[in-house]
Design a protein around this ligand. Structure first.
Ligand SMILES: *Cc1c(COP(=O)(O)O)cnc(C)c1O
Length: 414
């Protein structure tokens, strides 16, 4: 692709975009360029009517009967089946429950039990906070020599020693957008006798993931990022079928019991991933998540990925062309096959620059210490949005509009 040199070139690319119509499936505010769908996906139009129906009819009139009559009790599995199709898994390998953090806890504990004698959880220094905290807290809880070992991303393969029980990695790095070669890393870990737990927070709904084809063992992921399930949407967990029999989760709840409504005194796990359910599922949130997932599934991961690559390439080329000399340092890989659906730049004034962009309705986000993150969610971002966002960035840099004390004041959520 030649880099567009005018807005009309970008509009022309939108004309040729095979999934340009999918933007209509989302309710985006007029005039806003939303480059933060990797943090909170926008509102799917279908969710508005669906939530209203769940509230008014199923909850309001159906009351407790809706657990059976409206199929609430099976909703986690129904949504899980739809997510499975987006990550190359079969429906019975995925469950929707709890948050990503809690699913990490359950699956890390299960992984160590699947590899008795191996006491190390291996991960990378660059991993997301919660992944590391959950692992460390679990290691302390388990005691008995269990340890979280952290190495730089570049040293993963070397660090796969005989004491590693599970390698825990985020498939697409939340800061840089760098994507691991899932197939290769999984094979290397297996050669070393370890399992791999993949965090798909920045993958599901944006990049192609083939868990079964790559021989993946375990995975977790978010419902509220590229799956557009709404703030705090439930998360998902994947366990390859070959591990189901021996799968031991540390959180035994009645919803994961083989017969929840028998109220047995003793716990008997439900088959397979059903035992990953703990307590009563959040129906309103699940209903919204189902709309988000259906919207993404209707577009198709392959087409989403193709558009995502085009958008990230365009963004990088335009920043090069129009913002060269302003001190932005590309953090994301230049090679498309190693990049997720975001582009990140390092800049010493990154926080203030991002606040100035947001004040002008170009919404990205900032990750400490100095990274501007631009999520280019292919389902609703247009080539013209990319053009306009980079033009806004250039304007802010030219005029130094970012250089104001109020843009430097850190908010609680960045
Ligand atoms: C967003 C994100 C999470 C979020 O976990 P929650 O439990 O939903 O708050 C976890 N891991 C990674 C890598 C993320 O990017």
């Amino acid at each position: 692709m030649n880099t567009p040199t005018s807005r009309s070139d970008a509009l022309e690319l939108d004309q040729k975009d095979p999934i340009r119509g999918s933007r209509e499936s989302f309710l985006l505010p007029e005039g806003v360029i939303y480059l933060d769908g990797n943090s909170l996906g926008p509102l799917p139009a279908a969710a508005v009517t669906r939530i209203d129906e769940v509230v008014q009819r199923e909850w309001g009139r159906g009351l407790v009967r809706s657990w059976n009559d409206a199929g609430w009790i099976d909703l986690p599995e129904r949504v899980a089946g739809k997510i499975a199709s987006l990550i190359g898994a079969t429906a019975d390998e995925v469950m929707v429950a709890d948050s990503t953090s809690i699913n990490l806890f359950k699956l890390l504990a299960a992984a160590l039990r699947l590899r008795p004698g191996r006491r190390v959880i291996l991960s990378v220094l660059e991993n997301f906070g919660t992944d590391l905290y959950v692992a460390e807290g679990l290691a302390i809880l388990l005691g008995d020599g269990v340890e979280l070992r952290l190495v730089p991303t570049t040293e993963i393969e070397k660090a796969l020693s005989a004491d590693v029980g599970v390698l825990m990695l985020t498939h697409v790095d939340f800061r840089s957008g760098e994507m691991h070669d899932m197939e290769r890393v999984t094979a290397k870990a297996h050669e070393a006798g370890a399992l791999v737990l993949w965090d798909l927070a920045h993958s599901a709904g944006a990049v192609e993931v083939e868990l079964d084809a790559y021989g993946a063992d375990l995975a977790v992921g978010c419902g509220y990022k590229y799956l557009n399930g709404g703030p705090g949407a439930p998360a998902f967990a994947f366990v390859a079928r070959r591990h189901h029999e021996a799968l031991e989760t540390p959180l035994w709840g009645w919803m994961g019991h083989a017969a929840a409504f028998d109220f047995d005194t003793t716990y008997k796990p439900a088959p397979g991933v059903k035992r990953l359910r703990v307590g009563t599922p959040p129906i309103l949130s699940l209903a919204a998540l189902e709309c988000g997932v259906e919207t993404i599934a209707a577009i198709g991961v392959e087409r989403l990925r193709a558009k995502s690559v085009a958008l990230t390439e365009l963004f990088m080329a335009l920043v090069d062309q129009q913002c060269g000399g302003y001190g932005f340092e590309l953090v994301s890989p230049e090679e498309a096959s190693r990049r997720g659906s975001q582009v990140s730049y390092r800049h010493p004034d990154g926080y203030a620059i991002m606040q100035a962009l947001i004040a002008g309705d170009v919404i990205g986000d900032f990750r400490a210490p100095d990274i501007l993150r631009f999520g280019l969610a292919p389902a609703y971002i247009r080539h013209a949005d990319v053009w306009d966002a980079v033009a806004a960035l250039r304007g802010i840099m030219e005029t130094r509009a970012w250089d104001r004390p109020d843009f430097r004041a850190r908010a609680r959520v960045t």
